[in-house]
Design a protein. Structure first.
Length: 210
């Protein structure tokens, strides 16, 4: 029975992982057109896109990058602890992940507020990016910026919900059987972080690297 049960668990593990990878592949469809639009604009209007990139808040973007990288580390730590059977420390690690995810969203919200106050919202009267000769192209950059980062923020909020779900399962009577859930949800969290790793240089560093 144990062997049979272990075989069933292995099949379920493979199915769960495959399901998550298929889901993540479909998620790329959301972000793929955004990156293609960015690459087109970067090629067509390089000066305007570089000027717009320089107007983003480099330090807030950098801090948020550090926050996300730290959160991925704690997800990995939580999974390692859970696999060892140390469920309480694993839950504490997930607490840190949730906290870091919330910090990321708060910083991003503050950054949006700064963008609004500086008139850097596309379509808003008085929109102006300093040193951008083509303001229409600069507005396109900011449209991509807001769409991409808001889409990422939605995924981050979903990730926080998944981490809370995993934490609750680890605290339940069948906590030791919930490691697979944490592993699968961890893949989603790492995916969201990887997307940001691409967004950060594209939106915050492009104009500063030239």
């Amino acid at each position: 029975m144990n062997t049979a049960s272990g075989h069933v668990d292995t099949i379920e593990d493979a199915r769960a992982r495959l399901g998550m990878w298929v889901f993540l592949a479909s998620e790329i469809m959301f972000f793929g057109p955004v990156f293609l639009a960015y690459l087109y604009g970067r090629h067509a209007w390089p000066e305007a896109f570089e000027a717009a990139s320089r107007s983003t808040d480099f330090w807030l973007g950098t801090v948020n990058t550090a926050v996300l990288l730290s959160s991925s580390l704690f997800v990995a730590i939580a999974l390692l602890l859970a696999q060892r059977g140390d469920l309480r420390p694993a839950r504490r690690s997930l607490d840190v992940v949730v906290l870091l995810g919330a910090v990321f969203l708060l910083i991003k919200g503050w950054e949006y507020r700064q963008d609004w106050l500086q008139g850097l919202v596309p379509g808003r009267a008085g929109f102006h990016v300093e040193h951008a000769a083509n303001q229409a192209a600069a507005q396109l950059f900011y449209f991509i910026y807001f769409f991409a980062t808001l889409l990422h923020a939605v995924h981050m909020a979903i990730g926080i919900g998944l981490m809370l779900y995993c934490r609750g399962k680890l605290a339940g009577p069948k906590g030791r059987n919930s490691v697979r859930r944490l592993e699968i949800c961890g893949l989603y969290w790492h995916f969201v972080d990887i997307v940001w790793i691409f967004l950060f240089p594209a939106l915050y560093l492009a104009g500063r690297a030239s």
